[in-house]
Design a protein around this ligand. Structure first.
Ligand SMILES: *Cc1c(COP(=O)(O)O)cnc(C)c1O
Length: 344
């Protein structure tokens, strides 16, 4: 990358190995189920997730939307965190397209929803109330500094869901970051969930695509909805080929991104102008001290002039995400840019 782009891990380019695999991919019409490369990626995802079936979808947003639409009927209620991606950043799709009412609960700093809160939010069987149908968790949690949710916690929520005949969905856009950080294989981590989505297009570097995993019946219904939403693609094995490389070559190395995020946070913490909590995975969130003598926009513009892009949320909040294209030299250059902007 010519600039150092840490606005997100979605900015990652495909690797050389991906471009080669894409160029050579065997393809067919996936709406007919004829694309061998898509079928292989779905089989790999089935195995990795420990679910019975998997479906390639164009985006994490569509994967989550389909999950909400399969699990819930119009007027049903879904319990999720007030900082959850499908609540904040997916265009209100569950409400707009599914008539699903989000019931938000406070998100703890560790990304969890309190079990007591979930319990209290589950509706009694009373015609005044909507029907509670689904609990959705996010792993890793984007707005909570990329914190991973543990298997122990997910299992507890899963048990609660079962007791009340609810479904459990995991928005696992960055679930491989969680699996690697926790040292828990994906299938174990999501064993208690009825469905899970994960993105190939973030830290795993593939250009496009997410997987939605669940039971055979769930995926059969998801397939109809994907078509309805316009997500049935034809020779999409071109994309799946990159996804296969992502699963085979790009998962274990996420630990390097986590180590660089820790190093970046440590470097940033040395600046008095910044408060930097310790990151958990590849997301470094930090705040500019309002007394520092420059605005958030000044910091952003100053860094951009040095060839460093980061994300901004709120007047003083920032996010830098490490990924495959951020090496040690890029980290050094980033810290030098901060030094120049903050200390002149
Ligand atoms: C990126 C992201 C999504 C959506 O993925 P897209 O592929 O960008 O639609 C969903 N949930 C979380 C937590 C994300 O970070």
């Amino acid at each position: 990358m010519n600039t150092i782009d840490m606005r997100s891990d979605t900015v990652t380019w495909p690797t050389e190995a991906m471009r080669t695999a894409m160029a050579q991919a065997e393809v067919g019409d996936d709406v007919y189920g004829d694309d061998p490369t898509i079928n292989r990626l779905q089989a790999m995802s089935t195995e990795r997730s420990g679910k019975a079936a998997a479906l390639f979808v164009p985006s994490g947003t569509m994967g989550n939307l389909i999950a909400f639409l399969v699990h819930c009927q119009r007027g049903d209620e879904a319990i999720l965190g007030d900082l959850a991606h499908p609540f904040l950043y997916e265009g209100g799709g569950m409400a707009a397209l599914g008539g699903v009412q989000p019931r938000t609960l406070p998100t703890a700093p560790d990304g969890t929803l309190a079990l007591e809160d979930i319990q209290a939010a589950i509706r009694a069987d009373d015609p005044h109330y909507p029907i509670t149908r689904l609990i959705a968790l996010e792993n890793t949690h984007n707005r909570r500094n990329g914190v991973p949710l543990t298997k122990a916690y997910i299992d507890e929520v899963g048990q609660l869901a079962k007791q009340h005949d609810l479904k459990l969905h995991i928005d696992g856009a960055r679930i491989f970051n969680a699996a690697v950080a926790l040292g828990t294989p994906l299938a174990e981590l999501v064993a208690a969930a009825d469905s899970v989505t994960f993105c190939l297009s973030k830290g795993l570097c593939a250009p496009v695509g997410s997987l939605l995993c669940g039971s055979e019946d769930f995926i059969a219904r998801a397939l109809r909805l994907r078509k309805q939403l316009g997500g049935g693609m034809r020779q999409a094995g071109i994309l799946a080929a990159a996804g296969i490389v992502a699963l085979e070559e790009m998962v274990e190395r996420l630990a390097e991104d986590h180590a660089r995020a820790a190093a970046l946070a440590e470097g940033l913490a040395a600046f008095e102008a910044l408060s930097v909590p310790t990151p958990h995975t590849n997301i470094v969130r930090f705040e500019l001290n309002p007394q520092a003598g420059l605005s958030g926009e000044d910091l952003l513009a100053g860094l951009a002039a040095e060839g460093v892009k980061i994300g901004m949320g709120g007047p003083w909040g920032f996010r830098a995400v490490t990924h495959y294209w951020i090496d040690d030299a890029a980290l050094e250059q980033t810290l030098a840019a901060f030094s120049k902007v903050l200390q002149g």
